[in-house]
Design a binder for this molecule. Structure first.
Ligand code: CA
Length: 247
């Protein structure tokens, strides 16, 4: 395999879908790996550390959600795009809740899928420069986001009270985007465009809500009473550097 190319792991049990994905990914200059069941997919992900995973939900031997969950539990923050069937609305949200970065509905448009692959890999490229250490290097540049909350810009890590918080790529980007414009309220549409790089939203706005919820669970002392990522009801979300819960 060409090591200069990005590698996409396809985990999908429908041969014709794998064929379409492989053809289009290779045409766009990606290396591809394939697995036709969840267990093999998980093994390939651990062994080859791909740059992105396209993960079907209904798979033999181990369902996609369990593959995703296993990788996240191991601290692997590889971008994961879940492939869901159109009729399985709840699968989208469930996938995001267990740590997927994105989902796409089957049957998908190849153009849209490739755009999402590209957007997710572009984001992770930034973090790939980071060795993801447990502690920040000594010469790391440190930025205070709020009291007790610091951003180490060289290692792409966020620390709360001196301890690193394990964020996915998307959570990290959402937090740093909001924190770089404290107290400015962004709608979900704004955030989809600015953080997700999508020029459209539709029902995908729920993606923002789920990501905010996950971020709060990791960041806030009491996720139900956030002090950092706040909601302006009916408008959107903003970052407060005051560390005071909004009532
Ligand atoms: Ca399937």
């Amino acid at each position: 395999m060409d090591a200069t190319k990005k590698t996409v792991l396809i985990v999908e049990d429908e041969k014709n879908i794998v064929d379409i994905l492989r053809f289009n990914l290779q045409r766009e200059n990606y290396n591809t790996l394939e697995a036709y069941d969840g267990e093999t997919g998980l093994g390939l992900a651990r062994e080859h550390k791909p740059d992105l995973i396209l993960l079907d939900v209904m798979l033999p031997r181990m369902i996609g959600f369990d593959v995703c969950k296993a990788l996240r539990d191991e601290g692997d923050n590889v971008p994961i795009i879940i492939l869901t069937a159109r009729e399985e609305e709840e699968d989208k949200i469930l996938g995001l809740e267990i740590g997927a970065d994105d989902y796409i509905t089957k049957p998908f448009s190849v153009r849209e899928l490739m755009a999402r692959v590209k957007a997710n890999i572009r984001r992770s490229k930034v973090a790939a420069a980071s060795p993801a250490p447990a502690a920040a290097p000594v010469n790391d540049s440190v930025m205070a986001l709020a009291e007790n909350l610091t951003l180490h810009t060289d290692s792409f890590q966020v620390f709360k009270n001196g301890s690193p918080i394990d964020l996915t790529q998307r959570e990290y980007e959402l937090l740093t985007f909001l924190a770089s414009h404290p107290n400015k309220v962004y709608s979900r549409v704004d955030l989809m465009e600015q953080v997700w790089n999508y020029g459209y939203v539709g029902d995908d706005a729920r993606t923002v809500d789920v990501t905010v919820r996950r971020l709060r669970e990791k960041l806030e002392d009491v996720p139900a009473e956030p002090v950092y990522i706040l909601t302006r009801r009916g408008v959107g979300y903003y970052f407060s550097n005051q560390g005071v819960s909004e009532k």
